[in-house]
Design a protein around this ligand. Structure first.
Ligand SMILES: NC(=O)c1ccc[n+]([C@@H]2O[C@H](COP(=O)([O-])OP(=O)(O)OC[C@H]3O[C@@H](n4cnc5c(N)ncnc54)[C@H](OP(=O)(O)O)[C@@H]3O)[C@@H](O)[C@H]2O)c1
Length: 289
């Protein structure tokens, strides 16, 4: 069993860190808002640290799941950041959805201190974090990945090394591109069916057994019909992911016409006050129209 640290106890990080404690690891946690760290310790034991550096001291693996590039920079190389507290040979596994650039930048900064950095964004949402069934897309070196993999597996059903530093983040961008257009299609289908007077829950039961089936349909379809949007992955985060993705596409020349349109639609959801609604709230735009 390892001494590990977890930085960022949000919707995702809180339950993910819990699986590490439940599987016998000694866990030190850090959260910017201290109350969440105290709540985590009250539930799982371990200890709460005042800074990322203090949490990381003595840990063989340090995990993080914060918001965006600047947040990740703050907890790693910022003042009292984790890299200051880690010893050479330690492994840093970042589960934030961030840019591929920052993954490469932190891989290099970590390497200068003899630390191994793995970018490891996740898919599977709040439910995946709470059930320990996330899909983890990794970029980095094979040896460090093999060491970290069984520990990551405590909260994941699949943990895969997809290439060099940044490859995890690039794979997560592919994931978000695939989701963006799909959610809009699902929203339009449900909206149309309701306008047509169909029993849409029954329709989804039926077409969900055919070629239209998707994770989004299975998990969000009925809640979209019920106009409920409190299921974890916030629109604000999706906009961040799509911004990062569209910036990367500008660099690599990929054409993403539908992703651009859906990104603008999510902007409208934010203007409607829905920044913290979950991403299936695209249907609200259609209902408003
Ligand atoms: N929610 C999902 O379904 C989902 C799915 C896949 C991937 N993700 C990704 O996972 C990451 C976390 O998502 P989440 O839903 O868990 O978000 P969240 O609930 O908003 O939690 C964000 C966490 O990051 C911390 N944080 C933010 N900025 C920080 C800073 N500058 N310094 C230190 N800590 C900071 C927050 O601390 P405070 O408590 O102080 O605010 C909080 O612990 C995001 O990159 C998101 O895109 C989320």
């Amino acid at each position: 069993m390892a001494r590990v640290a977890f930085l960022g106890l949000g919707i995702m990080g809180f339950p993910m860190a819990g699986f590490l404690a439940r599987n016998g690891h000694e866990v030190a946690v850090y959260n910017r808002t201290r109350a969440k760290a105290d709540a985590w310790v009250a539930k799982h034991g371990g200890k709460a640290a005042d800074t990322p550096k203090a949490a990381a001291r003595g840990a063989s693996i340090v995990f993080s799941c914060v918001g965006d590039d600047p947040d990740l920079r703050a907890v790693t190389v910022g003042e009292n950041g984790a890299f200051e507290g880690m010893a050479a040979g330690g492994i840093y596994v970042d589960h934030t959805t961030a840019s591929a650039n920052i993954a490469r930048e932190l891989f290099a900064a970590a390497a200068r201190k003899g630390i191994h950095f793995i970018d490891a964004p996740v898919s599977g949402g709040q439910a995946g974090a709470e059930n320990g069934t996330l899909t983890v897309m990794c970029g980095g070196e094979a040896a460090a990945f093999e060491t970290a993999k069984p520990v990551i597996a405590h909260f994941a059903k699949a943990v895969t090394l997809l290439g060099p530093p940044g490859a995890g983040q690039l794979s997560k961008m592919v994931n978000q591109i695939c989701i963006a257009g799909l959610v809009e299609g699902l929203a339009e289908g449900i909206h149309f069916g309701l306008k047509a007077g169909l029993n849409m829950k029954q329709v989804l039961e039926v077409i969900g057994k055919g070629a239209a089936q998707s994770w989004q349909m299975d998990n969000r379809g009925k809640t979209m019909i019920d106009d409920q949007f409190d299921f974890g992955f916030a629109v604000d985060w999706m906009r961040k992911d799509l911004r990062i993705t569209l910036e990367e596409a500008k660099k690599n020349g990929a054409a993403l016409p539908v992703t651009e349109i859906v990104n603008a639609y999510y902007g409208e959801i934010q203007e409607m006050g829905g920044g913290r609604w979950d991403t299936s709230s695209l249907i609200r735009r259609l209902r408003k129209a």
